[in-house]
Write a protein that binds this ligand. Structure first.
Ligand code: HEC
Length: 108
């Protein structure tokens, strides 16, 4: 039993750093996507104002949208009621990357 627990622990310990590396990559990819596709209007960093006055800063998106639901929105086609904002549709991987990035920058 103890041997099994040790083995399980060893497996968990070897997976965790790998998982973190993957998350890091997602965040970086999300940042690239956000700056390329959204940064023209939205402030995508942890500081700074949005280039488009009406576009909410991404670090405050948490106040507007539920990020858990946001992945699906990005997949199905993100549409804003605002004519200024084009609609987007992302692959599952890209949607996950963008949300991973958004989570990483949310303000208090
Ligand atoms: C051409 C300008 C423009 C681009 C590019 C743009 N947006 Fe927007 N976005 C806006 C404006 C303006 C608003 C605010 C008005 C509104 O909510 O309809 C907005 C609002 C939003 C909102 C808030 C909706 C809410 O209910 O508060 C989200 C989320 C959002 N954008 C995500 C994105 C993402 C993700 C991208 C890139 C994939 C993006 N936007 C690219 C202009 C833009």
């Amino acid at each position: 039993m103890i041997v099994r627990l040790r083995a399980a622990l060893a497996i968990v310990l070897s997976i965790v750093p790998l998982g973190m590396a993957v998350a890091q990559t997602d965040v970086e990819r999300g940042q690239t996507l956000a700056s390329g596709m959204c940064g023209g209007c939205h402030a995508i960093g942890q500081t700074g104002a949005s280039p488009h006055a009406n576009a909410p800063a991404f670090r405050q998106l948490d106040d507007h949208v539920d990020l858990d639901v946001f992945v699906d929105l990005l997949r199905e086609g993100l549409q804003s009621t605002h004519a200024d904002m084009p609609s987007f549709r992302f692959s599952r991987g890209d949607a996950r990357a963008i949300v991973a990035y958004l989570r990483s920058i949310q303000g208090p």
